[in-house]
Design a binder for this molecule. Structure first.
Ligand SMILES: Cc1cc2nc3c(=O)[nH]c(=O)nc-3n(C[C@H](O)[C@H](O)[C@H](O)COP(=O)(O)OP(=O)(O)OC[C@H]3O[C@@H](n4cnc5c(N)ncnc54)[C@H](O)[C@@H]3O)c2cc1C
Length: 447
């Protein structure tokens, strides 16, 4: 498979879709794919509609970290389940997932960062993780010859990684093997609503009658939902990533500090990215949701580069239509795969930072660079809930930059919600009503 996945990539799951299903899943990222997988396992007739290519957007462009460490405590039990599922998936599907348990390390440059890591570790103490604090000497033992002024780190050896652009298409094949129907080049334009509840979807390839729809549309979810009167304060940021040419292994796991993230890849290179920096395109939703994001902005202002407008047809573009009819081309067909240009300044910075952190390897030759649009919520946790105003509609979006690792577990939870079963975890923190019921939003631990 060529990377990045784009609309030029071959179609692997052609239509047409069937006219009837029990559940339609909108979006073929890791969340939609794993939801479809678990719904099909329950014997439900499920059709997953993807406007472009499976995993074309965030789910192939991410760093590939499968991380318990640093999680919001409401996500942590789901993530721990997800890690168990990843291990089972790796046994079933083999090397193709690129799954390796080599650990996640958060390196600290200051004692204040160490204290913040320690605070998370204390809060997570009851969960039985293998996370521990490391001294500067222990970090040097794990990453020999590093050149960073690290005073210590937090480390979880059981944390893992996988190769996302291989893993998610493989998982999609696994979902099909279990009975799910997947159709690419199949944008869902609108919900079909009858007698006040979901009766189906209108896609560019025709109508599919169904009882329930799961919206797992990543960065497009807010645009889709708003057209049906459901508002979520979702925004997106552009994150730049690069892959180095093959280089000697210095550390087998995933490491990050406030400037640089790097992880070993199956192809012998490293995936590298800034620790926090991202670009933000200002659009109508930015104004609409400004107040909700103020607490997060105060925490994270310096890592954001503001840009006055998104490229044409982006989900929060100034000219992007907010309303359309079922028989006209929708915004979802205008961009089949969000494939933003990486920020060249960020690329130069991470290349130099890599050379400083790992002086034995030096500033690396870059084999590939790309970017992804990360969908986020003001409290950095997703929305996993039924929409009370529209029976049959389930929202599963806003993974806030950490949805890849949790995908298998989250898919199981969403499928349970759809099937009317107990989800097995407390989903209160992920409720839709938290934005409107007067609750004070508590900003979670992101990354
Ligand atoms: C640079 C970067 C680094 C990251 N690093 C990590 C990491 O290391 N670990 C981690 O856990 N997470 C990471 N993430 C986050 C992770 O990739 C996402 O949280 C996760 O992939 C989200 O999955 P999703 O299925 O919700 O969305 P997506 O993968 O974005 O999929 C949504 C899909 O819905 C489709 N769609 C939208 N609207 C429609 C419509 N109307 N009809 C049909 N289809 C539609 C889109 O085409 C898209 O394919 C990172 C993300 C990025 C961008």
């Amino acid at each position: 498979m060529t990377f990045p996945i784009s609309e030029a990539s071959p179609l692997r799951f052609p239509g047409p879709p069937p006219a009837r299903a029990d559940v339609v899943v909108l979006g073929g990222g890791v969340i939609g794919v794993m939801t479809a997988w678990h719904l099909a396992e329950r014997g439900l007739r499920v059709v997953l509609c993807e406007k472009g290519r499976i995993a074309g957007e965030q789910s192939s462009r991410n760093w590939g970290w499968v991380r318990q460490q640093g999680r919001d405590l409401a996500e942590l039990p789901i993530m721990m389940e997800s890690l168990r599922l990843w291990k089972a998936l790796a046994q079933e599907m083999g090397e193709g997932l690129g799954f390796r348990q080599e650990g996640v390390l958060y390196a600290a440059r200051t004692e204040a960062e160490m204290a913040a890591h320690q605070a998370w570790l204390d809060a997570a103490a009851g969960h039985g993780l293998d996370t521990r604090m490391l001294t500067a000497g222990e970090v040097a033992g794990l990453i020999p010859g590093h050149g960073a002024p690290w005073v210590g780190a937090m480390f979880t050896p059981s944390d893992a990684r996988a190769e996302p652009w291989q893993a998610v298409p493989l998982l999609a094949e696994g979902a099909v093997a279990r009975g799910a129907v997947i159709v690419e080049d199949c944008a869902v334009r609108l919900l079909d609503v009858a007698a006040g509840r979901v009766a189906g979807v209108v896609t560019e390839q025709g109508r599919i009658a169904c009882d329930q729809v799961v919206v797992a549309g990543g960065a497009w979810s807010s645009l889709f939902l708003r057209a049906h009167g459901v508002a979520i304060p979702q925004l997106s940021v552009l994150a730049t990533v690069a892959r180095t040419v093959p280089l000697p292994q210095v550390f087998a796991g995933n490491a990050v500090d406030d400037r640089l993230a790097f992880r070993r890849r199956a192809d012998g290179g490293y995936t590298i990215a800034p620790g926090a920096a991202h670009d933000f395109f200002i659009g109508p939703d930015a104004f609409r949701n400004f107040a909700a994001y103020l607490p997060l902005l105060k925490q994270d202002f310096r890592s954001t580069r503001f840009r006055p407008m998104a490229p044409r047809h982006y989900p929060d573009g100034w000219g992007t239509p907010r309303r359309w009819a079922g028989d006209e081309v929708s915004p979802f067909e205008r961009i089949r795969v969000l494939n933003p240009a990486p920020n060249p300044r960020v690329l130069a910075q991470i290349r130099a930072d890599f050379g400083r952190v790992l002086p034995g390897l030096g500033a690396p030759a870059i084999a590939d660079a790309w970017a992804g649009m990360i969908d986020t919520m003001p409290d950095v946790v997703p929305v996993i809930d039924r929409a009370p105003q529209l029976p049959g509609l389930v929202i599963a979006t806003g993974m806030c930059g950490h949805g890849f690792g949790i995908g298998p577990g989250m898919g199981r939870v969403i499928a349970a919600l759809v099937a009317g079963e107990a989800p097995g975890h407390d989903l209160t923190r992920f409720r839709l009503s938290r934005f409107t019921d007067g609750s004070k939003l508590v900003v979670g631990t992101g990354l």
